[in-house]
Design a protein. Sequence first.
Length: 499
Amino acid sequence: MHRPPPDAQRWSLRVDPPWSLDAWRDAAREALLRGVAPAQLDWLEGGEASLLDAPSVQGAPLPADASAPSVPRDFMELAATCLCHREPQRLALLYRLLWRIAHGERRVLSNPADADVLRAMALAQAVRRDTHKMKAFVRFREVPGQTDAFIAWFEPDHHIVERVAPFFARRFAGMRWAILTPGRSVYWDGQALAFGPGARREDAPAEDARESLWQTYYASIFNPARLNTRMMLQEMPARYWRHLPEAQLLPGLVRDAADRVQEMHDRPAQAPQRKIPQRPAVLPSPGSSADSLDALRAQAAGCRQCPLWEPATQVVFGQGPADARVMVIGEQPGDTEDLCGRPFAGPAGQLLDRALAELGIDRATLYLTNAVKHFHHERRGKVRLHKRPESRHVRACQPWLLGEIARVRPQVIVCLGATAAASVFGAGFQLSRDRGRWHTLEDGTRGYATVHPAWVLRQSDDARREDAYRLFRDDLRRLQADDVESAGHRPALPPDDDR
């Protein structure tokens, strides 16, 4: 520590307000430029002067070559936090660190064993803790007789009102509010912050009508099985309870926690409540023409023959005229279809719409459906990624697909992709070998298979994607041909097993 000789002149510096970084920085710069050592300074807070005060540092001689040194940013951030502490020696402590930085110890803050650094870090930590508590435990109460006006009372340990006020201005920008504390108050009118002197507890409303609602909510979410009184008091010390409406409930909630846990333990186990209530499915008779499509759709909504219904939003049934000449069968619903309940509503459906429009085929004349009626997927964070349906999923949904075919009785069936083709033409169907070839079902219905539009979208580059699209569109062109007995020329497929 730098000590002046016994006869050295003493000087005083006043910082007002004492928690202001700008005020302290201006004062410290004056002393540093004049070469006043830390031990020569008396730091004064506020605006009141005394006859016993040492002369102001502005009276000290200013060297002709005086210049303010550059100061590391981390020191200024530390100073801004420490100044909010109520410790009277913080002003002198910060100037002592500044003096050392300016006189050859520029990296003093990187020494965690230094006594001045340790003390400054402890002050800063206390201020940050007090700031966190204020953000967590301020509770606004409505001002009686005023619209959208609220007041909160809080008792911080340190000078943190200016430090925390911008947080509340961002959080509650749409209402008028004031936070009153014993030493400082702040008001937000919806546009700007205004600061004023401290207030009394009686200046804030005692309670408002919303508190009973908040207490009811807090009691309902209080989990006695997770109660840890030591941790609760560490995070929410009892001295803050007077600011919190819910604190009135805490003694009773803590007292009854053990009994409530025992009651929960003794309660009979209940089956989990699913989004869709589980009920047995009534499978239709595939060959029956008496039942309508609407009745079949209603029955399919309750299907539980495979586990796909549990994570799915809803069953996605077929859509289109009940007497459509052409039925188009895809693989399964995608994410978009699962949410809206309509087949071919997502990106693959848009590609199908594009091809139909170029061929002059009205989508409204087609009956569109899928071999599997629920969305099979896996989650990656918030994204639901498509998974190819398994054979058991296809078998579980086959009665619904056969029921649709029996009721619509189309003249032509177009299968999009290998899953749909195998569901209609049998497990021995190979898309790479049989694509575009006409087949006749047992009831005389004619059909063929082509690639799924999702396969087109999965191509690796624009050129391959455009070639795959032309192949897909040309296969759909067979629906326009007068002679549906001939498959015509079939362009070769790019190598890909998953179509």
